[in-house]
Write a protein that binds this ligand. Structure first.
Ligand code: ADP
Ligand code: MG
Length: 229
């Protein structure tokens, strides 16, 4: 599903954000990417949806080399991904239904399809009754559920979430994580960057840890902090 091989990333300002990173995530896995601020988590995720390219190394997503991908093929890559951010990125002038419909119209979905897919996604995240609400009328947890619903309308094979609980209280964060777990159980591969150690410890999933752009740990059923035994 995801394969990175000897990846180096350097930003224009000379910051080397990822150094010799090799990593594989199989179809159907749920993995956390952890590490302190600036360790390279967001950079790693940006490579996967081709927001940026490495200066060296290969990045394969869904069997496709996304480094050599033509710019015109990038929208097709992103259609098969769901992407969720810390700050939700909902369109403030549109209600929940319209936010999801907009995402589907962009890719040319048919009206009948749009209704069905939105209905399914809202039911899954438990927001059917809020379809008329505007983002500023929703709580943080509801907004993140809405953003997850928007990420799901394309039925993505891979869901990428960058600090999805960064703006939420612990109980709401836990609910959002349970939702991501459900989405994984339904078949999507899920990759979550976070520095929420409590959640990582409770979930007991794979933990990929970065430190200053290096992969320093990759542990199945891991905790946020490695405990020497
Ligand atoms: P994290 O998500 O773990 O906080 P990032 O991937 O955002 O880490 O950042 C990794 C490193 O790259 C940091 O040193 C950060 O300052 C730098 N960086 C991130 N984005 C940019 C950018 N757009 N331009 C220059 N440097 C950046
Ligand atoms: Mg980040």
């Amino acid at each position: 599903m995801i394969s990175l091989n000897e990846v180096f990333v350097e930003y224009d300002n000379g910051v080397r954000a990822l150094k010799d990173l090799s990593l594989t995530v199989e179809k159907g896995e749920f993995a956390f990417v952890v590490g302190s601020t600036g360790s390279g988590k967001s950079t790693l995720l940006r490579l996967l949806y081709r927001e940026m390219s490495p200066c060296q190394g290969t990045v394969i997503v869904n069997g496709e080399d996304v480094v050599d991908m033509k710019p015109s093929d990038v929208p097709f890559l992103r259609r098969r991904l769901g992407i969720v951010f810390q700050d939700f990125k909902l369109l403030p002038q549109k209600n929940l239904w319209e936010n999801l419909a907009f995402a589907l119209r962009v890719i040319g979905a048919q009206p009948k399809d749009i209704r069905r897919r939105i209905g399914d996604a809202l039911a899954l995240v438990g927001l059917t009754h809020r379809c008329d609400a505007f983002p500023n009328q929703m709580s943080g947890g509801e907004q993140q559920r809405a953003a997850i619903a928007r990420a799901l309308v394309n039925n993505p094979t891979l869901l990428i979430a960058d600090e999805p609980t960064g703006n939420l209280d612990p109980d709401t964060s836990w609910e959002i994580m349970q939702l991501l777990d459900q989405i994984n159980i339904r078949g999507a591969t899920v990759l979550v960057a976070t520095h929420d150690s409590q959640i990582v410890d409770r979930m007991k999933k794979r933990v990929i840890q970065l430190d200053a752009g290096h992969l320093i740990r990759d542990e199945h059923k891991g905790a946020y902090q490695h405990i020497e035994s």
